[in-house]
Design a binder for this molecule. Structure first.
Ligand SMILES: *Cc1c(COP(=O)(O)O)cnc(C)c1O
Length: 461
């Protein structure tokens, strides 16, 4: 399998090159040349596989330049850090299913992808003898998951920008209490989008990027998307037979997770019906589906901070398929967006968009009510991100087709909001208790790309 750019400016590259490149050098995002499709016979055989074995089968469709035994080993080590035998267990509550994606070391779904990416980086750097400085911006969960993915690894330093005082206390501590010498936490005075813009601008400076061996861990890295495709396939295999379908509700911010769902749907034709794009009050993507316009909004703070985003960094990947794989159009649209802050879609395109996604914005109040009602009805506690997905699912599910709601974080990570909803404090899971007593390390800096560059130069591996 070879990889191309959504903007058409690179000749096809291998998976290994795509992982190392992160953002395509022409400013676009990397995608496989073709989206693989798996037949019914194969799906039937996959049904019995354990999560790591299924992951090997799915990833092998996208990765042809790592020897199978090595790939198996990378996958095995990536999911050995999870505390549940099924890795991503499914729970059933009437017609709603909850898939818990938070059994990794930082208790959020990003571990599924970043434990794998960290191991792939280590493997590729050992092979080439090179080194890497990872640079990323986080709205909370990516940062800690990325840090846990590479802490203590040789040939890698990691620089993670988070919005100062705009992540939860637990999220902040999960990052800043990792004091390995290769980990640098930078708190930026600004929003997540400011941090993301700085990272993008530094990556777009090809000379700086090359000189300092920069690597990306944001959800633009293809290895992350592909690792997330696996759990959609896993759930769909458990809940469908040939001829029956399943829906997924996905709490969405950067469009990464739901894009993995889009890839999974195309991989197993006929098995996945609706993808519900659930947003909090940062409704950029809801407006895109509902009004046929992708346009910048103002970021508001909510109790699901990992989705407080008004610029969805993976959106361009879907755009490329919406434009029928026309890279010139994709590039023009994204360049136009950079100038005007919006892209409008034709009536015909809007029909295609609505065929691909259902959508709902779930307000703060509805999110808290969903947590409370679900707890009263089922005795199960949702985290606020998961509750956005469940709230959207409840208004969209038809009651017949199974609906899988992705549970993207452990509720203990967002205890304050959960306590507001259910009226009592919840117990911290073992991984989070005691963080406040640990040593921590963090630099607070203005949201200025120049300052960040200097910091990297002074602390690179
Ligand atoms: C990152 C994150 C999301 C959103 O995922 P995207 O891939 O950015 O759409 C949802 N919930 C939690 C807990 C997250 O950390």
């Amino acid at each position: 399998m070879k990889y191309i750019s959504t903007r058409g400016g690179i000749s096809p590259i291998s998976f290994k090159e795509a992982v190392m490149m992160g953002l395509a050098v022409d400013g676009g995002l990397l995608l496989p040349e073709t989206l693989p499709v798996v037949g019914e016979q194969q799906l039937a055989a996959w049904r019995k596989l354990s999560y790591p074995d299924l992951a090997f089968e799915v990833l092998s469709l996208f990765i042809s330049d790592i020897p199978p035994a090595d790939l198996r080993d990378l996958i095995k080590r990536s999911y050995a850090t999870f505390d549940h035998a099924e890795i991503t267990p499914l729970l059933r509550f009437d017609h709603l299913h909850i898939m818990e994606l938070f059994h990794g070391p930082t208790l959020a779904f990003k571990d599924v992808a970043l434990q794998f990416l960290g191991n792939v980086f280590e493997y590729l750097l050992a092979e080439s003898g090179e080194k890497m400085n990872i640079l990323g911006a986080t709205s909370g969960d990516t940062g800690s998951a990325a840090i846990y993915g590479v802490r203590g690894k040789e040939r890698i330093n990691i620089f993670i920008l988070h919005p100062h005082k705009r992540v939860s206390r637990i999220q902040e501590l999960q990052m800043t209490t990792v004091t390995d010498a290769n980990v640098f936490n930078l708190a930026i005075r600004g929003t997540f989008d400011d941090g993301q813009a700085i990272v993008k601008s530094i990556f777009n400076d090809i000379d700086f990027k090359t000189r300092h061996h920069l690597g990306a861990v944001n959800s633009i890295n293809w290895a992350r998307i592909v690792a997330q495709v696996v759990y959609y396939v896993y759930a769909a295999l458990k809940l469908t037979e040939p001829g029956t379908k399943v829906d997924f509700s996905v709490p969405t911010g950067n469009f990464g997770d739901i894009f993995a769902g889009f890839v999974a749907r195309s991989l197993m034709p006929g098995r996945i019906r609706r993808l519900v794009l659930a947003t909090n009050e940062n409704d950029l993507l809801t407006r895109f589906v509902r009004d046929g316009e992708y346009s910048l909004g103002k970021v508001v703070q909510t109790c699901s901070p990992s989705m407080d985003i008004q610029l969805a960094s993976n959106f361009e990947r879907f755009l490329y398929y919406l434009y029928e794989e026309n890279a010139d159009r994709t590039r023009d649209a994204m360049e136009g967006f950079a100038e005007s802050g919006s892209i409008r879609f034709s009536a015909e395109e809007q029909v295609t968009i609505r065929k691909n996604f259902r959508t709902k914005t779930v307000s703060e109040q509805e999110t808290l009510e969903t947590i409370r009602d679900f707890y009263e009805e089922h005795g199960y506690i949702l985290d606020p991100h998961t509750a956005v997905g469940v709230g959207a699912a409840e208004s969209i599910a038809d009651g017949e087709t199974p609906m899988v709601c992705l549970a993207t974080a452990h509720p203990g990570k967002f205890g304050e909001a959960v306590e507001r909803a259910i009226g009592r404090p919840i117990e911290l899971p073992p991984g989070l208790a005691g963080l406040a007593d640990k040593d921590s390390r963090c630099e607070v800096l203005d949201a200025d790309a120049g300052l960040i560059r200097t910091f990297i130069q002074e602390n690179e591996v």
